[in-house]
Design a protein around this ligand. Sequence first.
Ligand SMILES: [Cu+2]
Length: 143
Amino acid sequence: MSKRTRDGGMTWRQRAQARSHVARLWLALPVAILGPALWAGGCNRQRGALARGSTVEVQMVGLRFVPSAVTIPPGTTVVWVNRDNTAHTSTSDGWRKSKNQADEWNSFPLSPGQTFARQFDTRGTFPYYCMVHPYMQGVVTVQ
Ligand SMILES: [Cu+2]
């Protein structure tokens, strides 16, 4: 009669290796399941609708606002960037005559390379223009 054991004659070392192999599988499992999920989640955040608190950029280039119309959720900040060789402003249409200055804005002249940022918290349609070149017009829609 041989001295076979119940586990099929594995040595102490073989049993230890088998245990550590199983342990490694259990560690790898959550990474295999959660890894792609986390990765996909990160991509969805970038691809999906603008989140509250985001920033959108409007360029002043070629004597135009590009894009001339932006639609954003409340809480979004619009940043105007002057990429022309001449000064521009971002001035809301009602800035001069408005009694409610809170909803109006004026960047005053921005030199080439300068930026102006404004956060839009109120829903509505906000047309604006450039005081230097009044034919430069744009609109921010907050909805
Ligand atoms: Cu201008």
